[in-house]
Ligand binder design. Structure first.
Ligand SMILES: C[S@@+](CC[C@H](N)C(=O)[O-])C[C@H]1O[C@@H](n2cnc3c(N)ncnc32)[C@H](O)[C@@H]1O
Ligand code: SF4
Ligand code: SF4
Length: 385
């Protein structure tokens, strides 16, 4: 296995500004959601402390404000949008949009003109949307989506796929493109939440293949930017699809991402149900040191260590269907067999007939003589001066 980068801090941080939510999506991975949603919000004073820690100690390139539902704790969401935006951190809000009224959308866009939204649209069919979220709020979602676009905020949409909506992927993509001009659409196959059981909602292999091919078709036929937002074990993807860009995500927990809970605790990722330490009472660097095994291929399932795809999927999700007390190197329930033979990795060749977009990179100093180059959310490399 290749040696992993040992970054001095994550490049992407998620900030949970509340544990509360106005929806109750049956698949939601929020670990505190055993029965009902607690009304636990990040306080404004902790948010001020945490925004300084993020700017000075963590120095991420991207920050995603999430929850629960972040528009429920709007003053804190706004504080992060403003404070982190000043440091040229790319700030996004992950939201179900139903509490994002036009005055708030205008306000957040004035506060941080570069802010983008990652909104969840579980289904564009009203009955299915209600069945999934427990709320008949699709008309509010669509109204607020229209307002966000009118206000000029960049919008990306994510749909979590499962048995109730698995056949709607292509049509939902076309709906967003034709009705709203949205061309950034992710469909993320549902990952079983930690600490809860969900019966009968897992996707079968053939369901996944249809979802993958629908996403590729939306891109190839309609020019949409399509993605899957969580790691997909590559051994579960047919060989002919495996190198597609939609499978670019691996397990990033404690390596390049981390999540801050409403009370300032740091977790290795949003799916992780336990805290590694409190940013309010401990130094970030000390907590990050504690999670070093995550960056050193720790907790990698032994079956994955010699797999030829391990550099891409990093052994799948450690918290998929996680149960209390389970060893962290338990294999992802979606894993099949390690891959022993693989086609050559496709090489890039420049085609002068095509148009290319040049994406600017940013950098930060890691250690003496080492810098991290960061480009387009996905690529990074270290170099010495
Ligand atoms: C927990 S939500 C919080 C933000 C906001 N309430 C929303 O739904 O967009 C964060 C993201 O996780 C996705 N998500 C929730 N449960 C999931 C699961 N079991 N598998 C994959 N994605 C999930 C949601 O669709 C959303 O994009
Ligand atoms: S809207 Fe988001 S936080 Fe709320 S239940 Fe759904 S996925 Fe979870
Ligand atoms: S065997 Fe492990 S590393 Fe290989 S593709 Fe499957 S989950 Fe990923």
């Amino acid at each position: 296995m290749e040696k992993a980068f040992n970054l001095t801090s994550p490049t992407h941080i998620q900030i949970e500004v509340t544990e509360s939510c106005n929806h109750s999506c049956f698949y939601c991975y929020n670990h505190w959601r055993i029965k009902d949603y607690p009304k636990k919000h990040m306080t404004y004073s902790n948010a001020k402390i945490l925004s300084q820690i993020i700017k000075k100690d963590i120095r991420p390139f991207i920050a995603t404000i999430t929850g629960g539902e972040p528009f429920i704790n709007y003053s804190v969401t706004k504080l992060f949008a403003e404070e982190l935006g000043k440091e040229e951190i790319t700030v996004g809000i992950n939201t179900n949009l139903v509490a994002a009224k036009k005055d708030k959308l205008e306000d957040i866009s004035k506060t941080n003109p570069n802010i983008t939204l990652l909104t969840s649209l579980p289904s564009f069919k009203r009955e299915v949307y209600q069945q999934i979220t427990g709320a008949d709020t699709l008309p509010h979602y669509l109204k607020n989506l229209r307002d966000a676009i009118d206000v000029g905020i960049g919008v990306n949409v994510n749909m979590v796929a499962h048995q109730l909506n698995k056949n709607h992927v292509y049509d939902e993509g076309k709906f967003l493109l034709e009705e709203f001009g949205i061309n950034s659409f992710a469909v993320t196959p549902m990952i079983r939440p930690a600490l809860r059981t969900l019966d009968g909602m897992d996707l079968e292999d053939e369901d996944n293949v249809k979802i993958f091919t629908d996403l590729i078709k939306l891109r190839e036929e309609n020019g949409m930017r399509t993605a899957i937002l969580e790691v997909t074990p590559r051994c579960g993807v047919p060989e002919e699809l495996r190198d597609d860009a939609i499978f670019s995500r691996g397990c990033s927990a404690g390596k390049i991402t981390s999540t801050i809970s409403y009370n300032g605790d740091l977790r290795v990722c949003a799916h992780a149900p336990f805290s590694e330490g409190s940013l309010i009472t401990e130094n970030f660097a000390d907590i990050w040191k504690k999670v070093e095994p995550w960056r050193d291929h720790g907790y990698m399932p032994s079956e994955c260590r010699d797999c030829l795809e391990v550099q891409f999927c990093q052994g799948g999700c450690r918290f998929a269907g996680y149960k209390e007390g389970q060893p962290l190197d338990t294999k992802d329930y979606r894993m099949k067999e390690p891959i022993r033979l693989r086609k050559d990795t496709p090489t890039f060749s420049f085609d002068p007939a095509l148009e290319y977009e040049v994406v600017p990179f940013r950098f930060r100093k890691e250690r003496e003589g080492e810098y991290l180059l960061y480009c387009n959310g996905d690529f990074y490399l270290q170099m010495k001066d």
